[in-house]
Design a protein around this ligand. Structure first.
Ligand code: URA
Ligand code: CA
Length: 443
């Protein structure tokens, strides 16, 4: 077999065979396929797509490119949640301790942010002392003892995805449905969860800009999961405005603590309760969604989820941030931006704000770049809110005055304000679910 033939075949819109796909992945992981040939194949896949069968074969080849973790010796049904990526998605920080406190074991592998999207690992690293790289034994011990353990991506699990993702990122081939589906599902299958809950984001702050694409991606991933015996459910959620009010690493940790205290932004609380309720049903801790929802509301409002969060942080070496939030990195420069006109907020561009937060130091422009964990943005309004001239719209946080000055001028352009409320359509937070029987819109 040779790589040129495989590239040509995909260039001519033909389906690749299982042997061809396995050959490409295995040779690529062994560094026997150079990046330029793999980049050409990725671009051919980007333009010509893959059938559902090809995508499933690619997923399995990637899942088996490294170690496949066996969590079966651990008690309980392990349910893993994965988001397709978005701006200021603080969900995992809240959801993981919340469902762990309810009795669902959470064994989670998370990533770092890149470009305008954030990553859970970066957020947790803003907690002094917190260790994101646990040994396998520590991971299992913590999981047994606390029902929750979280680690960064390791090179031994789905290494094909690590290499492919880096290459996709610099060849403009990230936003391809078969490539996203195989990337996510290969990691989930290799990291050993029994069941998988997917948060498929759609809208301006997500890779899938419209709901039709999001449903297609969700359906593909749900089918792949079921083919390999892992019950998979996808919730389609909206990212047409930032989730919560905070964008940036330590700012989002602080925001998560607020939600875990029973306060915090309503849309962030709601998405965690909804995703968590599905996890409780999948983990057979609740008989149905409504019961799950009630259980989680109680756990959140009683402080049990907050206590679980701190226990989890302490177990991974982190400081006591519940009683002493001041230990989180604080920016030395704060800059408020005020509303220039009166009216109603019609739109807040999440990708634009994500990019601005990145420029303030919260994210990386290239891989491996050091980030400012205290940098970011806090907004004070959501779509539909009435605002007045001179009212505070947002605060920028950074340690670098030149970065603030650079972002300051255009940041208001991420908000559109109209004079009449009738011109405002509030985005729906949860669009629906995709299970084996198809898409069910949420009304
Ligand atoms: N998240 C992933 O893990 N992979 C993708 O390709 C996109 C989002
Ligand atoms: Ca947020």
């Amino acid at each position: 077999m040779n790589m040129i033939d495989v590239i040509s075949k995909k260039k001519q819109r033909q389906d690749l065979s299982e042997q061809e796909i396995t050959y490409v992945i295995n040779e690529f992981v062994k560094d026997k396929v150079p990046d330029y040939q793999m980049a050409a194949l990725l671009m051919a896949i980007y333009f010509n797509g893959m059938s559902a069968a090809e995508t499933a074969m690619l997923t399995m080849a990637m899942a088996h490119s490294g170690k496949v973790v066996d969590l079966s010796p651990l008690a309980g049904i392990k349910v893993d949640k994965h988001s397709t990526g978005g701006v200021a998605d603080t969900t995992t920080l809240i959801l993981a301790p919340l469902v762990a406190a309810a009795g669902v074991p959470v064994a989670k592998m998370s990533g770092r942010g890149l470009g305008f999207t954030g990553g859970t690992i970066d957020k947790l690293e803003s907690i002094p002392g917190f260790r994101v790289n646990l040994s396998e034994q520590e991971f299992i011990d913590n999981l047994k003892r606390l029902n929750i353990a979280l680690t960064g991506q390791t090179p031994s699990i789905a290494p094909a995805d690590g290499k492919l993702y880096t290459l996709r990122d610099v060849t403009a081939t990230v936003d391809s449905i078969p490539l996203i589906a195989s990337s996510i599902m290969s990691k989930k299958i290799a990291s050993g969860a029994d069941k998988i809950l997917l948060d498929v984001k759609t809208g301006q702050g997500a890779f899938m800009k419209d709901i039709t694409q999001a449903i297609e991606l969700a359906t593909l991933m749900v089918d792949i999961g079921h083919k390999v015996g892992r019950e998979t459910l996808a919730v389609i959620t909206n990212m047409d405005q930032p989730l919560g009010m905070a964008i940036g690493n330590s700012l989002e940790v602080a925001e998560a603590i607020e939600v875990l205290r029973g306060n915090g932004p309503q849309n962030l609380r709601e998405i965690c309760l909804q995703l968590g309720s599905h996890m409780l049903v999948m983990g057979q801790v609740a008989p149905d969604f409504q019961t799950g929802y009630k259980i989680l509301e109680h756990i959140l409002d009683s402080g049990k989820a907050l206590a679980k969060f701190q226990n989890f942080i302490t177990a991974q070496g982190g400081a006591d941030i519940i009683n002493n939030q001041g230990v989180l990195p604080q920016a030395s420069i704060l800059c408020d931006i005020y509303c220039q006109q009166e009216g109603y907020i019609q739109h807040i561009d999440p990708a634009g704000l994500g990019l601005a937060a990145m420029k303030l130091g919260a994210g990386r422009e290239f891989k491996g770049q050091a980030i400012d964990l205290s940098a970011g943005i806090v907004i004070y309004h959501k779509v539909g809110d009435q605002v007045f001239k001179g009212q505070k719209l947002l605060t920028m946080f950074s340690n670098d005055e030149s970065k603030i000055n650079n972002v300051k001028e255009n940041i208001v352009l991420n908000f559109s304000i109209v004079s009449n409320i009738s011109q405002v359509v509030k985005p729906q937070l949860i669009m629906g679910i995709v299970d084996q029987t198809g898409f069910k819109p949420f009304s």
